[in-house]
Design a protein around this ligand. Sequence first.
Ligand code: S3P
Length: 451
Amino acid sequence: MPTDLVVTPLAGVLKGSVPVASDKSIGHRALLFGALANGKSRISGFSYGEDNRSTATALAAMGITVEETGPSEIVVHGKGLFGLTAPVKPLDCGNSGTTMRLFSGLLAAQSFDSVLVGDASLSKRPMMRVAKPLRARGAKIDGEPHPKKEGEIVAPLRITGLRDDQFLTGLEFESPVASAQVKSALLLSGLYAHGPTRVREPHVSRDHTERMMMSLGVPLNTVGTLVEIDPEGWSGEMPAFEVEVPGDISAAAFMMVAAAICKGSAVTVRGVGTNPTRTGIIEIIRNMGADVHVIARGERSGEPVADISVTAADLYGRRIGGEVVTRAIDEIPIVCALAARASGVTEIFDAAELRVKESDRLGTMAHVLSTFGVTVEERPDGLLITGKDSPLTACEIDSKDDHRIAMTATVLGLLADGQSLVRDVDCIATSFPRFVGTLRALGATIEAVSR
Ligand code: S3P
């Protein structure tokens, strides 16, 4: 039964201090490296978003025991770099692009065949960005032709295992997009390659893979936008590890922006990962005028962690483009909510990548904003949003099965002139299963209705 949310305009303010879902990107990598390490790795602070579950289930289908040992703890019984076994069925990546793209790199280096499938949204997303460089190093990976884009492929991805006399070669690759998924797929395949892997990207995308590989003794170097691994002389052994996954700044962003745009509000999100490749949202909120206070809380497994407090203030439209977009790539939908309340115009540019996320997020957000009565112009690589101070128009929004659109529409609903309805919100569990409960804890009135 699909669920809708009835969002009541906020009568008072948002106030309080809350934890958020665990970092989805780090969760995927912890599971994956746990499987490739030798022995039992313990992952704590894990909040079971559905995307992370897709990764866990796919690993289990390849002979890895993934044990839920507590309400937020998982133990992965790793079998080493060569311990995966052939799956008997296609591996279902659900809605998770990270699962599909990271696994494509990992599976291209195995000796068995595999097939990667996903849900309707994932099956529309471009996969040539990983297939092309993987093929260049000797991988055999094929997909279905994209129905509209010549030369592009989509899932199902069919990966043919390497026979005894075949191997992946070294690779020099200049990625046209700043993508941690592409970079990670190439680094993972590089663990098995006969020769170094060098990947350069236009801006540094999130570097969780690099941090985890380095902490596990993989010979990896980074210089600016270049990352390199050279497995020559490396034992190929990774020790089992313990990792506590920090809170996801991409989940925290919804609470931070809600606090910034609801007058009189002050919210703290606790234990949030503040890896500098992810903190674009902090800079954007500050730059638009709200007060953001970051209190460092040390490091968890090589990742910086902090409590972040946001206090509402007058907001001002800004130009948002360039490398900050890469460091806030998943936060652009909720940045649109900031822009909707800022005085003047906010121009978001250099953000064409948003068109190939869980939905076409530029098209979807243009629709959401205009339905809420906000003036917006859609551009090929961004949006031009004119903020307004008066209440938004209460409305009905379809999530398009995109978790970040559903959460953004819910936050916008807090500022409307009546109750709004956000349809099909089950997708929120992809990344932030307790989103509604967290907003309620801060003072919002939101009712979930099953149809
Ligand atoms: C992710 C990388 C980003 C991001 C996604 C998670 C990751 O995608 O949008 O939500 O964990 O590597 P791209 O690599 O396509 O930019």
